[in-house]
Design a protein around this ligand. Structure first.
Ligand SMILES: Nc1nc2c(c(=O)[nH]1)N[C@H]1C(S)=C(S)[C@@H](COP(=O)(O)O)O[C@H]1N2
Ligand SMILES: [Mo]
Length: 362
């Protein structure tokens, strides 16, 4: 296929690799918005960004009673449209902090590989119901395929989720055509992408071409091999390849947070802001490396799947400073009292890092 028009990537992003195009925004600019504007959304690609139009045919096949196939442009007229506010996060977000412990393999990502948006489109559940899928099915998978280009490691990009998740009304899995009220850009997956709230970005397949109901998860590299939290003794590609089959894929992301900006006010107090991810009920901040914590104020939260924005102003002690510098730490706490580990276990691919957020000021 010929991609005659090159997508215009935002110049606000810090480029981590040009081919494929991987880039993230400065994290302090990210938390200035509840819904991330398009020009501050990170780009994570395993292959070229195709510049498609919306006339191609979307296929729904596999273990369905009735196969479906229609032009993607017809999706919106066939199913009811819905909005879901959800944060999108790459499993590699914050990888650079894990790499401080020991080298990891992957794009050198900071804390900005995340965004929050209102996604609009149709429920995957509604499409599968039309294909005759049993809503009470207890087993099986829904595989997503984008095969307009090959990728670094496979002949196409794919991923899957369980059929139970796909059919669960409360999971809000969407086939999205719009982000923040406008059509998806080429970078975001125009004309159609999958939204799996709470799950790592790898399952949010962009430029969706085919949906297959199957007894097996997607055979794609990024489902079966990559995006796994490998045991800590796996420290080479060769060892990784031996562990792939026995380690589950990353699905729901762990509770997380980052300090996006921090400053010392003229009063001598610290003022810090950041984001938190997961089913978060509170965010704690420490200026003395975890000896004591104070609760931040949540300034934004919407529905079940959004990120939370937080801020805090708190006094600092002279003892908290080393050479005039203070480390500001954050740790989110979830509804079931899960929190960020002070010492997050290292893994070879540097995925799902969720040690405390850290920013040094002064
Ligand atoms: N077709 C396709 N979909 C994809 C990817 C890809 O490389 N190709 N990358 C995935 C990964 S790893 C992430 S984190 C998100 C990134 O979405 P974004 O570029 O819109 O931020 O898209 C996912 N969907
Ligand atoms: Mo990702």
């Amino acid at each position: 296929m010929d991609f005659s028009c090159e997508p215009n990537h935002s110049s606000n992003l810090q480029i981590r690799s040009k081919e494929p195009f991987n880039a993230e925004p400065p994290v302090d600019s990210l938390v200035a918005h509840e819904y991330t504007p398009e020009n501050l959304v990170y780009c994570r690609n395993h292959g070229p960004v195709p510049t498609l139009d919306d006339t191609y045919t979307l296929k729904v096949d596999g273990k369905v009673k009735k196969e479906l196939s229609f032009p993607v442009a017809a999706l919106e007229s066939q199913f009811q449209s819905h909005d879901v506010v959800a944060a999108l996060q790459c499993a590699g977000n914050r990888r650079n902090t894990m790499a401080l412990k020991k080298e990891v393999s992957g794009v050198g990502w900071g804390d900005g590989v995340v965004c929050n948006a209102k996604w609009s489109g149709v429920y995957l559940r509604d499409v599968l119901l039309k294909a005759g899928v049993d809503p009470s099915a207890k087993a099986g998978f829904v595989c997503f395929e984008s095969d307009f280009t090959s990728t670094q490691d496979d002949s196409f990009y794919g991923g899957s989720i369980s059929l139970v998740r796909a059919m669960d009304k409360d999971a809000d899995v969407l086939l999205a055509t719009h982000m923040n009220g406008v059509r998806l850009s080429y970078d975001r997956g125009f004309p159609l992408r999958v939204i799996v709230p709470g799950y790592c970005g790898a399952r949010w397949v962009k430029w969706l071409h085919r949906i297959t109901v199957s007894d097996q998860e997607s055979p794609n590299y990024y489902q079966k091999k990559d995006y796994k939290v490998l045991p800590p003794d796996v420290d080479s590609r060769e060892r990784a390849s031996k562990a792939w089959d026995s380690v589950p894929p990353v699905e729901l992301m762990p509770v997380n947070s980052a300090v996006a900006s921090a400053e010392i006010r003229p009063t001598g107090n610290i003022y810090a802001k950041g984001y938190a991810l997961g089913d978060v009920v509170g965010v704690k901040v420490s200026v003395n490396k975890g000896r004591s914590w104070a609760w931040a104020k949540i300034t934004y939260q919407e529905g079940k799947w959004s990120w939370k924005l937080w801020e805090i102003e708190m006094p600092i002690d002279e003892r908290d400073q080393t050479n005039g510098k203070v480390e500001v730490w954050s740790a989110a706490v979830s509804r079931d009292n899960e929190t960020q580990p002070l010492d997050c276990t290292w893994n070879y691919r540097g995925v799902c890092y969720n040690g405390p957020g850290v920013k040094v000021v002064g």
